[in-house]
Design a protein around this ligand. Sequence first.
Ligand SMILES: NC(=O)c1ccc[n+]([C@@H]2O[C@H](COP(=O)([O-])OP(=O)(O)OC[C@H]3O[C@@H](n4cnc5c(N)ncnc54)[C@H](O)[C@@H]3O)[C@@H](O)[C@H]2O)c1
Ligand SMILES: [Fe+2]
Length: 360
Amino acid sequence: MEVFSCPTRLMAGSGAVKMLAQLGGKRLFLVSDPYFSNNGWAKQIAEAANCQEYVIFDKVQPDPTVELAAEGTARLKEFGPDLLVALGGGSAMDLAKAMAYFAKVDCPLVAIPTTSGSGSEMTDFAILTHDKVKHPIVDPKLRPNVAILDSDLLQQLPKGLIAEAGFDVLCHAAEAYVGKDGGMMTDLLAREAFSTAYAALPASYAGNTAVRLKVHMASTMAGLAFTQAGLGLCHAMAHSLGGMFHVAHGRLNAILLPAVIGCNAHVAGKKYAELARAAGMGGSADTIALRNLKNGLIRLRRELNLPETLVQAGVDPRVLWRSVDTIVKAAVEDPCCKTNPMPVEDFLVRRILEEVTGRV
Ligand SMILES: NC(=O)c1ccc[n+]([C@@H]2O[C@H](COP(=O)([O-])OP(=O)(O)OC[C@H]3O[C@@H](n4cnc5c(N)ncnc54)[C@H](O)[C@@H]3O)[C@@H](O)[C@H]2O)c1
Ligand SMILES: [Fe+2]
């Protein structure tokens, strides 16, 4: 049986943040990071909501911690908003979602993504870090009520962020497409998200701002797909390695995705081949299309100047191999493994670690 729901109202286009004023809030709590306080966007967007009173909580850091979520939850309860806005990347949205969840506030949550990557504006996930381990919390109550995709916020995206977040989109789409809980609706979204992001990322990275809304929409589509179809081993390993080494989530996905596709291909080769053809990579035989998919991702990773190995991403291999048991355990226990197309066992994670550290 296929169950698909999209409770989040989506507003997209240039100037879409002005729609905040239509939501009728009087007391606004805005969650963001220092970058948006410093450049004035947090204040500008809080004022666009036209509320009588607002508070800006701007303590978000990449990979937000459980401790920060507890601090934010207390501030949120104390203020008692009737409108909650998350402005920023996956980290800001995840923190705001977790705060609303723990505080049990009964007000709309509006997500305004400023990166085209996490898809968190559409998902039932919030990822918090505790003791160097990233823990996904998964609950339909976490899904934002409104997502505002404003292309004006994407005009000055740094190249590194376009590349990293872009690979997160490709990874969400590819994992959702082969995810165990997928169906026709999620396949449709994942295929479109993958081919749109794959086609538009080089131009966006090269400075073409006109294509950025396309990648932003692809990110949202991929979020909507994976929140129902599930993710897989690539995200499980990205969570485990990200908690320990604090390498950006999208960079880890870029390093891991071709290797994970290689392993999963034993059971999901046909679907990967479909994805390759949908993205215009060709290959009439499934084995050729699969090879094109892996090579296409490796080529794009190079074009976007992303690292190819964990060592290139700054991970000390001696530390990694000393901590390998912890990394493997966290990956195998990550809830994303449940929807990976093939069962995840220790040896598979070790095999991929060897590939992405250049041991094989
Ligand atoms: N909840 C979900 O469904 C989900 C899905 C995937 C990833 N995630 C999580 O999201 C996080 C990654 O999110 P992300 O890739 O969006 O990065 P991020 O939110 O961690 O932000 C990274 C950096 O980019 C900066 N930044 C954000 N927007 C910017 C802009 N427009 N211009 C300049 N700088 C900007 C931020 O200030 C920050 O320093 C990870 O913690 C990951 O685990 C969550
Ligand atoms: Fe992700």
